[in-house]
Design a protein around this ligand. Structure first.
Ligand code: CA
Length: 321
């Protein structure tokens, strides 16, 4: 049976790839896309989500819900310096494409409650919508089968600051609330996991470009802006933490090693806003999360090759592809 899931996303760059995984992996039953403030302007993120649905040939089949337009208590911080518009300059006519009228937080609560214990949530942006759903419905945590979070670093480097990874930095209060809520939560951290095992260097990018499908061309364009940024900051390739998060839900055999940790998020630090304290069991704290430590990196790449090799029929022309 296919895995029912919702992807909660600040759609730009690797979020688009994660959506493709959720839309096209034969083992996935993507019930909804929920949008949260993060990487780039909110309305641009929504356009990127519809663009991705279109390139996957699934426009009109998967509903898009608009969620929180800013973090719980703080002003929004963008990563537009990293992502540009988040879609590598690709565009299409978006006339007539409407998100659902229901708010994303209500949709998350409802979809989880309709089939208690079945729905998994892949959260690859700031955790604002998830924290709001927890606050809104005390049954939400119980109704969600598993929560997969891209965020934080496991005693490693941040990216937006030395201490913090972007998703947790943008809404640390939400991240703290989510880790305290009692979910069955699995974390894909930025460092070391993503930086060591989910970076595609030139050889892999060439192999993906050689696939020659519209999906593979889309991947190349969408990842191009980030590739330039990554090289400037010393990362030799494109980074894929979001698509990895979707992939490990759908292909759990990709996980080679994971540990139980107590994860908490810094909200008050002067220099460490959004820092993820991942305690590995020697500090007397009860574990509340499974943190992935090592994956089958070749298997992950092969998974994306499989997804990007699919032949799709976009309903609308994409300018720039
Ligand atoms: Ca993201």
């Amino acid at each position: 049976m296919a895995t029912p899931l919702v992807i909660d996303t600040d759609t730009a760059q690797d979020d688009c790839v994660a959506l493709l995984v959720g839309l096209l992996d034969p083992g996935a039953d993507l019930r909804a896309v929920t949008m949260v403030a993060g990487n780039v302007g909110f309305d641009q993120q929504v356009r990127n989500a519809f663009l991705t649905l279109n390139v996957a040939g699934r426009l009109g089949e998967v509903p898009v819900y608009l969620g929180c337009r800013r973090p719980l208590t703080r002003p929004w911080v963008s990563a537009e310096n990293v992502h540009g518009d988040g879609s590598g300059g690709l565009s299409m006519d978006q006339a007539g494409l409407e998100p659902e009228s229901e708010h994303a937080v209500d949709a998350l609560v409802r979809l989880a409650a309709e089939n208690p214990g079945e729905l998994s949530v892949v959260a690859i942006g700031p955790l604002t919508n998830i924290a709001m759903a927890v606050a809104k419905d005390p049954g939400f945590v119980r109704n969600v089968r598993a929560l997969y979070v891209m965020g934080g670093s496991n005693n490693g480097r941040g990216n937006i600051t030395a201490a913090a990874e972007f998703n947790f930095y943008v809404d640390p209060e939400a991240a703290k609330a989510v880790f305290g809520a009692g979910f069955d939560v699995t974390v894909v951290p930025w460092d070391p996991l993503t930086l060591r095992q989910a970076v595609f260097g030139q050889e892999r990018l060439d192999a993906l470009a050689a696939i020659g499908t519209p999906l593979a061309d889309f991947f190349g364009r969408v990842c191009s802006a980030t590739l330039e940024f990554d090289r400037r900051v010393g990362i030799d390739g494109t980074t894929h933490p979001d698509s990895l998060t979707a992939a490990v839900l759908l292909r759990p055999e990709l996980v080679r090693r994971a540990g139980r940790y107590h994860v908490d998020v810094e909200t008050a630090g002067e220099l460490t806003r959004g820092y993820s304290a991942m305690s590995w069991g020697v500090h007397g704290l009860e574990p509340n999360a499974t943190v992935i430590e090592e994956i089958d990196a070749e298997g992950f790449f092969d998974h994306l090759v499989e997804v990007l090799s699919r032949r799709t029929s976009p309903a609308r022309a994409i300018t720039g592809l």
